[in-house]
Design a protein around this ligand. Structure first.
Ligand code: 5RP
Length: 221
């Protein structure tokens, strides 16, 4: 049996996801190293699609470098699919995302898409979310207030130094949260004044998981 590296698994999941792209559509594209492999694969069928809507400046730049047209989400009525990675995903398809600080735009594009297709290597599968610190995007002037409120919820927020999101905000990474009810916590954190959004994708989780393992790439629905 061949042993794949984590990057080889990311690439395998990304390439498999091309099967979900319909001709003459606009594709929702996420952010991260797994998605970078997806963008490279998408470039091989670029003449069959209209273009993409992107969840970050980073992905937009890579799409454009490959000659794929990037549309403003406001000019697009609907998206068939949104393809993105995750930092953690459960068997209920709830995720933690935002390791790459793109969580807000990711959540917006995912909200528009009919199907969220998560592409991941098997290191991302977990029973309970929370070992990966939960990213929270915060309006800069609210940083300390939001951090105090997150401590009240039992978390240990850490300011992600030197990171400014594409929306001009900051990120708090919340350690040591025991996330037994992801939907409830997603709502609770989003209700803190000054929070733009948090990296729990449970209210709108993935519809399909393309999971790469050493035994091959599986489609989980
Ligand atoms: C970026 C994200 C990414 O999807 C997540 O961090 C996974 O990244 P990678 O594919 O590099 O492991 O949410 O904000």
């Amino acid at each position: 049996m061949t042993t794949l590296t984590q990057n080889e698994m990311k690439k395998a999941a990304a390439e498999k996801a091309i099967e979900f792209i319909q001709p003459d559509t606009i594709v929702g594209v996420g952010t991260g190293s797994t998605v970078n492999y997806f963008i490279d694969a998408l470039a091989t069928i670029k003449n069959q699609i209209i273009g993409a809507v992107s969840s970050s400046e980073q992905s937009s730049q890579r799409l454009k470098e490959h000659g794929i047209e990037v549309f403003d989400l406001n000019s697009v009525d609907n998206l068939d699919v949104y393809i993105d990675g995750a930092d953690e995903i459960t068997k209920h398809m709830a995720m933690i995302k935002g390791g790459g600080a793109a969580l807000t735009r990711e959540k917006i594009v995912a909200a528009v898409a009919k199907k969220f297709i998560c592409i991941a290597d098997n290191s991302k599968q977990v029973d309970i979310l929370g070992r990966f610190p939960l990213p929270v995007e915060v309006i800069p002037m609210a940083r300390s207030y939001v951090a105090r409120e997150l401590v009240k919820l039992g978390g240990d927020p850490e300011y992600r130094q030197g990171v400014v999101t594409d929306n001009g905000n900051v990120i708090l990474d919340v350690h040591n949260l025991n996330i037994l009810d992801p939907k409830a916590l997603e709502t609770q954190i989003n209700n803190i004044v000054g929070v733009v959004t948090n990296g729990l994708f449970a209210l709108r989780g993935a519809d399909i998981l393309v999971l790469s393992t050493n035994q091959g790439t599986k489609i989980i629905k």
